[in-house]
Design a protein around this ligand. Sequence first.
Ligand SMILES: Nc1ncnc2c1ncn2[C@@H]1O[C@H](COP(=O)(O)OP(=O)(O)OP(=O)(O)O)[C@@H](O)[C@H]1O
Length: 337
Amino acid sequence: MIVLENISKTFSGKKGDIEAVRNANIEVKTGEIHGVIGYSGAGKSTLIRCVNLLENPTSGRVIIGGEDLTSLSEQNLREKRKKIGMIFQGFNLLKTATVYDNIAIPLRLIGIQKKEVGDRVKKYLEIVGLADKVNAYPSQLSGGQKQRVAIARALAQEPELLLSDEATSALDPETTDSILELLLKINKELGITILLITHEMNVIQKICDYVYVMEQGSIIEQGTAIELFSNPQYPTTKKFLNTIAQRKLSSSLIQQLKLSGNVLRLTFLGESTGQPLLALMSQKFNVKPNILTANIIELKNGIVGNISIHLLGEKQDIAAALSYLEEHGVNVEELEG
Ligand SMILES: Nc1ncnc2c1ncn2[C@@H]1O[C@H](COP(=O)(O)OP(=O)(O)OP(=O)(O)O)[C@@H](O)[C@H]1O
């Protein structure tokens, strides 16, 4: 379990203080993948760097496996850090060293014996699918391959926790997907807990169990991925959702449609996604739904469906039809122009 308790970080600059992180609380259960999403400058990097104390929090505690890292001696902190791997947007590989040495050097530095070093390099290069690149130099690798080497380097220290600082931000969409699949695999097969930061909602969608939305240093909204994707509360969260799913209708269209009926967003979750509820509703209650937009978002732990409709019918029939949908687990939201 990783607990960040009331973490704050203030930088003092010439123009005064910058509160990069304010009272952030995060709790990641062992074996889960949690993601922090926010725009540039929200404080994500500062927050994740506080986890392994690359950045010293101004106040608050970092508790990993029951131990408060902020109160450890230098030597104990060094030991504890071995259990925390980290990967970065820019990969941070040594350009003049081979793939083998990029993974082996940090192991030698922490006193791992020669044979064990060799065994680990081999094992983790196989896990990331790059066994054939052992003698290559970083300049001979693609961005995705460089990130795989960086992941193997982090895994070779056999950490319990992996921190990911925008690890896919420099990669194209296809390579991003392959790296996300690799992160899922190491989470599942090696049982490594992952805390990541990102500004890409598709990263959250594909691999996160739990999400925090950060703005101006504070966590403004949090929940399971299913909760956040089905019922976002804050404008920033909604904006992030709009980047992956067509959810937004223009005000003028909504106003025009409202002259003749109701304009609604229906969110389908779990079992309700598999039923022909709109067809059944229309048969039962003499109402006519006209579908305006529709999409399905596949999350790590479930599916969320969104349909926006223009619903025509008598007032009492519409009320009965909407109650019917709600009784069947559909979230109904009236859209305003
Ligand atoms: N070492 C530092 N000294 C002074 N200010 C800093 C320092 N590091 C970060 N900041 C400031 O803290 C705020 C949060 O920055 P941070 O890099 O954590 O945000 P972010 O969400 O990770 O954004 P980005 O993705 O652009 O890095 C910003 O206003 C930034 O300018």
